[in-house]
Design a binder for this molecule. Structure first.
Ligand code: PAF
Length: 285
């Protein structure tokens, strides 16, 4: 596996691969890689001849008091895992490579609407940081395709909108969520949970399944489904930030009569840890 620390060298390599007729896939990450990330590499591999991953803990998507400083950094394990999953190249940029004018002076990108609700409301500025860094990475890497996990569903929509609006000529694939045996969606933040909390966190997935079942059965008002879901999570010891049913295409609120094209989204806190998860209620979505 090639390791690139400078964008110029990576770009030259990508250009060479494309000249040889290879399709290049890209998986951006913040490292601390787990089975969920490796599934993204495998999906990229199915669609492309060459796969590049990046590891960059992006400061601009962390708010004040969030876990930027203590975000787990495991470069050696990440590189070994990527090698084991037949990743061809790893881009490991320093901050100056991504933000040549510094983070405060850098161009910022805001996706109106989508960036302001749910996670965006709970974490102001978060999606500007995500859209900004993904835009820079897309430009630096020049891949034909990029893969993002659907666990961060709102992020996937923000990235799609940003790439579509700015005319990036690349395909974006949303990958299925990879779950632990009890249904807990894999996330680097799960390691902040102790064993009992981790087991208990299976209720998040169970609640999403229940919400979607109620939508499909059409036996409860949507607002009651949301209220009951929140209550269940609270009873299980979580502090829900939201438990909602939204239009899967743009996260807009839906009226009571809509029963198709919905996604259930949850965000809960457990002590210092904030977990998010989601589920498409239409199996076809
Ligand atoms: O999902 C992530 O790991 C990050 O938000 C991303 C897309 C790599 C941007 O920093």
């Amino acid at each position: 596996m090639h390791i690139f620390r400078e964008a110029g060298a990576l770009r030259a390599w990508v250009r060479g691969q494309k000249q040889q007729g290879h399709r290049v896939g890209f998986v951006p990450t913040m490292g601390n890689l787990h089975a969920g990330h490796f599934s993204l590499i495998e999906i990229a591999r199915r669609h492309c001849d060459r796969v590049i991953a990046s590891v960059f803990v992006n400061p601009t998507q962390f708010g004040e008091g969030e876990d930027f400083a203590r975000y787990p950094r495991t470069p050696d394990a990440d590189a070994n895992g990527l090698r084991d999953h037949r990743c061809d190249a790893l881009f490991l940029p320093q901050a100056g490579e991504i933000y040549p004018f510094g983070t405060a002076q850098g161009v910022s990108i805001h996706v109106p609407g989508l960036s302001d609700v749910l996670e965006g409301a709970a974490r102001p500025g978060h999606f500007d940081g995500v859209a900004g860094v993904v835009c820079r990475l897309f430009n630096l890497v020049q891949a034909d395709l990029a893969v993002f996990g659907s666990k961060d569903y709102q992020q996937l929509l923000v990235v799609r909108r940003m790439a579509g609006d700015l005319g990036f000529p690349l395909e974006i694939i949303g990958a299925p969520i990879v779950r632990e045996a009890n249904g807990l969606a894999m996330s680097s933040r799960n390691q902040y949970l102790d064993a009992a909390q981790r087991e208990n966190a299976g209720i998040i997935h169970a609640t999403l399944c229940w919400m979607c079942e109620r939508v499909r059965a059409s036996d409860m008002h949507l607002a009651d489904i949301e209220r009951t879901a929140s209550a269940r999570l609270s009873e299980a010891g979580f502090s829900p930030d939201y438990a909602v049913l939204r239009n899967a295409g743009d996260l807009s609120e839906v009226n009571e009569h809509v029963r198709s094209g919905l996604v259930a989204l949850l965000a809960v806190r457990l002590g210092q840890v904030r977990l998010i998860d989601n589920m498409a209620c239409d199996p076809a979505l």
